[in-house]
Write a protein that binds this ligand. Structure first.
Ligand SMILES: [Zn+2]
Length: 461
């Protein structure tokens, strides 16, 4: 996610105010989504060939993200649930019915893999966020039931929050059948295997392998420019843009840059789509949405940040609920490196900007609480507000990774390459990152302890 904070904003503000188990290579479950979009509603089903995360579990818990958005109260309905083709007991749980609990039949005790089928319906609302009708564009993400991540013997039931990216996702191989009125263009990062046109409806048969999520944007007004990139295809969908070819070139330049600096891009295609949107950008697997009407500088900042997320946040995935700073701080650092290398804009300017924001924020906090510690490793529900999250996750996160790079004599990317190669298509945590350095006989643990976990206000001059 990418948001711009104005320095002037922070000066006027008055503030009220461990990771354990490392990742394990998991088997990737299949997920078949069959849906139709018509007249502002999505109807369809999802079927998981789901590897049970532990023997003897009695229930599987799913996230129903639409129920978490207050705009969506009463708009999302489960129609049917079955396990291995048998009807089963299920119930909504959580304050806003954000979760679905499915009882497993007894024989699932000894099964390694079960088929979970869920039929659902979602009426879309006007909403300029991940799921909703935003002017000429319909943004469709997190609209289908998604199994809660399983950690340390239990399902993580983390309620949706307005700030950050409140997700902890596993990887799936998606098969998607999407039907929509033929007048719409669908923008997504999927690979289209076939298209059926029947009367006024078109059905797309697609797949997306090793991905944490399937998202798309639809519009009757989309134009697209597209180019082959090696054996992959890159697409830029827009409703209005006087220079779309130069945007496509910029997108390809950023893909080239991270491909060379970190490792091979993980998916078959990459697409960017513009939309009326609250934030400047939002990342999904092989796809991102960028806010309409950004000037060239803000477009570049947003799209490079979202492209960097394809490596950090998508193909390698943190628990964004508990470690938002990692994805956001590191992608901000990667964006700054890209800008420094391609536009000769020194890192210094970005560092100074981050320091002003961070130092001003911490000074204000310390006036109210002299013991204030800028801990950046904490749950999204522990940040006092959006501003604290933005300053700590993005700005202190950026400063932290820049500091780490200095400690490593400018060789952070070398270690990041090893981390990416080792953990591609895994959900990871700080220990996995720290271990990459250990294996190269370097230690960064003390830096994490001091700046990330303990929250030393390190960058305040
Ligand atoms: Zn981001």
């Amino acid at each position: 996610m990418k948001k711009i904070i104005c320095i002037s904003l922070i000066f006027s503000l008055v503030f009220a105010v461990g990771c354990k188990k490392s990742s394990v290579k998991k088997q990737i479950s299949n997920c078949e989504i069959i849906v139709e979009y018509l007249d502002g509603a999505i109807k369809g089903s999802v079927e998981y060939e789901y590897f049970l995360p532990s023997r003897g579990i009695k229930k599987v818990i799913f996230n129903l993200y639409p129920n978490a958005f207050k705009e969506y109260e009463g708009c999302f309905t489960i129609k049917k649930v079955s396990v291995d083709k048998n009807d089963v007991e299920w119930q909504y749980i959580g304050e806003t019915s954000q979760f679905l609990s499915i009882e497993l039949p007894k024989r699932a005790d000894s099964a390694e893999k079960i088929k979970i089928f869920i039929e659902f319906e979602c009426i879309l609302k006007e909403c300029k966020q991940r799921l909703g009708i935003a002017g000429d564009v319909v943004n469709i993400a997190f609209f289908y039931p998604i199994p809660c991540a399983f950690n340390n013997g239990e399902y993580l039931m983390q309620p949706y929050l307005e700030i950050g990216d409140p997700f902890c996702l596993d990887f799936y191989n998606f098969d998607i059948t999407f039907t929509l009125p033929s007048v719409f263009t669908i923008a997504s990062g999927v690979t289209v295997k076939g298209i059926d046109i029947l009367g006024e409806k078109t059905t797309y048969f697609c797949n997306l392998k090793n991905a944490t999520n399937f998202a798309c944007s639809l519009s009757e007004k989309y134009h697209v420019v597209s180019k082959k990139w090696g054996d992959k295809r890159v697409n830029y969908y827009f409703t209005q843009d006087e220079a779309p070819e130069s945007k496509l070139e910029l997108i390809i330049n950023a893909l080239d840059y991270f491909n060379e600096k970190i490792g091979s891009y993980a998916y078959d295609n990459f697409s960017v789509a513009t939309s009326d949107y609250l934030l400047n950008g939002m990342e999904y697997s092989a796809f991102c949405v960028i806010k309409n009407g950004l000037n060239n500088i803000n477009f570049e900042n947003a799209v490079v940040h979202e492209i960097a997320h394809q490596w950090i946040g998508q193909a390698v995935c943190f628990n964004e609920y508990e470690s938002g700073y990692f994805d956001e701080g590191l992608t901000e650092f990667l964006t700054a490196l890209y800008l420094a290398d391609t536009k000769k804009e020194g890192l210094e300017k970005r560092i100074n900007y981050a320091k002003i924001l961070f130092n001003t924020f911490v000074s204000e906090q310390c006036k109210k609480d002299k013991n204030y510690k800028s801990v950046i490793k904490k749950g999204l529900n522990e940040f006092c507000d959006e501003m604290e999250y933005q300053i700590l996750a993005y700005e202190k996160g950026f400063l932290f990774f820049n500091h780490l790079n200095d400690k490593l004599n400018g060789e952070l990317l070398k270690y990041l390459t090893a981390f990416y190669k080792k953990h591609i298509f895994e959900r990871v945590n700080e220990d996995d990152f720290i271990n990459v350095f250990k294996s190269k006989k370097k230690s960064v643990k003390a830096e994490f302890d001091k700046i990330v976990f303990f929250g030393d206000n390190y960058f305040v001059a």
